[in-house]
Design a protein around this ligand. Structure first.
Ligand SMILES: Nc1ncnc2c1ncn2[C@@H]1O[C@H](COP(=O)(O)OP(=O)(O)OP(=O)(O)O)[C@@H](O)[C@H]1O
Ligand SMILES: [Mg+2]
Length: 339
């Protein structure tokens, strides 16, 4: 072979390797499609493409050119991936002069070995990716199942509490059960929003708090028909671990405003402002009601509501404060958020 032809052969081989690496890099297709593409590229890399045919076998997969048949001019290279054997075969469908390996060139043998190696590395990586994806899918299904069960269980607790509330005649006891009902409902709203969002790190927390507020206002509709609220809230990058305690604190604050702050004839206004900088999340809560009665010491609470607020705030490392000079009620909470 003259030097120019030899050079042309090398260019063909390098082009084939380049094409194959592009096919393997694009990764998205089925095993069959990828093997089939490689088979056609290989053919063009050989000295006599018009009489060349190729086949790749790997495990249960076989890809071959339409005219492939075993002949006496055969060149092959095998590989193994996780105990599964693979082979690339190239045949000449007609006789050609003898060269390094039957009618094939030394460089053609080297090319086939390189393709086999590239394919083995690719298949190994792809099998690992497939296994990882399957494991991820199993975990997601499990998480969905757990979420579903938590949701159902919360629903059962809610129904039980509602039944109990319906049976009771004592106003005070009914009220107590309703408070518990609303705490469970708050949990279920936050839980539902968190797990329903699909992306646990990208929660529309504003929507979540809005639903909480709407629910509380409708649940105390007799006392709340004159109450308006405003909610300023940016997208919150907080974790699930913080979202639940934070939501429960808001639930206690809003419940208190509805139950204690306003005389029935008064126009009530509740304002929630939630801000985040790089490190902290801040809640500023206000209502324009009567304010905390003098005799009540919320620093040492004896009632469940503020005991809950204190322990939930501690759970998220929150620093809280009440502003007593203002008219009405005002509460601040600042906590470092975890994403
Ligand atoms: N926004 C508010 N406006 C006026 N008074 C309030 C307000 N929030 C709380 N209070 C007063 O503080 C008291 C303590 O609140 P806390 O939430 O701890 O208990 P509670 O609401 O009475 O009962 P629970 O333990 O069921 O929540 C209330 O009883 C009420 O007198
Ligand atoms: Mg309360």
């Amino acid at each position: 072979m003259n030097p120019v032809d030899r050079l042309k052969e090398r260019v063909k081989e390098l082009t084939a390797l380049h094409e194959i690496s592009k096919i393997l890099y694009s990764n998205q297709e089925t095993y069959e499609r990828i093997l089939l593409k490689i088979v056609s590229v290989i053919v063009n890399a050989f000295q006599f493409p018009e009489i060349t045919s190729s086949r790749i076998t790997f495990g249960i997969y076989t890809a071959q050119n339409g005219n492939f048949k075993l002949t006496k001019s055969i060149l092959s290279s095998d590989f193994e991936v996780q105990n599964e054997k693979g082979m690339i075969e190239v045949v000449y469908l007609e006789d050609r002069p003898q060269a390094f390996c039957g009618p094939f060139l030394e460089e053609e043998k080297q090319l086939l070995d390189s393709v086999a190696q590239m394919l083995a590395v690719y298949l190994m990586r792809r099998q690992r990716d497939d296994e990882l994806n399957k494991a991820l899918l199993r975990k997601e299904l499990m998480l969905k199942e757990i979420h579903h069960r938590v949701k159902n269980n919360l629903q059962i607790i809610l129904s039980l509490l509602r039944l109990q509330e319906g049976i009771l005649t004592d106003r005070k006891l009914k009220d107590l059960i309703k408070l518990s009902e609303n705490r469970v409902k708050a949990l279920s709203v936050i839980h539902e929003k968190l797990y329903g969002s699909g992306d646990l790190h990208n929660i529309d927390y504003k929507d979540c708090i809005k639903e909480l507020l709407e629910h509380l206002l409708s649940s105390y509709s007799a006392d709340s028909h004159n109450i308006r609220y405003e909610l300023d809230c940016a997208k919150l990058p907080i974790s699930i671990d913080q979202a639940i305690p934070f939501g429960l604190i808001i639930n206690e604050l809003v419940t208190n405003s509805i139950r204690h702050a306003f005389k029935s004839s008064q126009e009530g206004f509740i304002h929630l402002r939630i801000n985040c900088d790089e490190k902290f999340c801040t809640l500023e809560y206000e209502d324009n009601g009567c304010g905390i009665p003098k005799e009540i010491d919320l620093k040492n609470p004896t009632t469940l509501g503020y005991q809950l607020i204190n322990s939930l705030a501690a759970q998220i490392d929150g620093k809280k404060g009440l502003c007593e000079e203002k008219n009405g009620f005002s509460f601040h909470l600042k906590f470092p958020y975890e994403t």
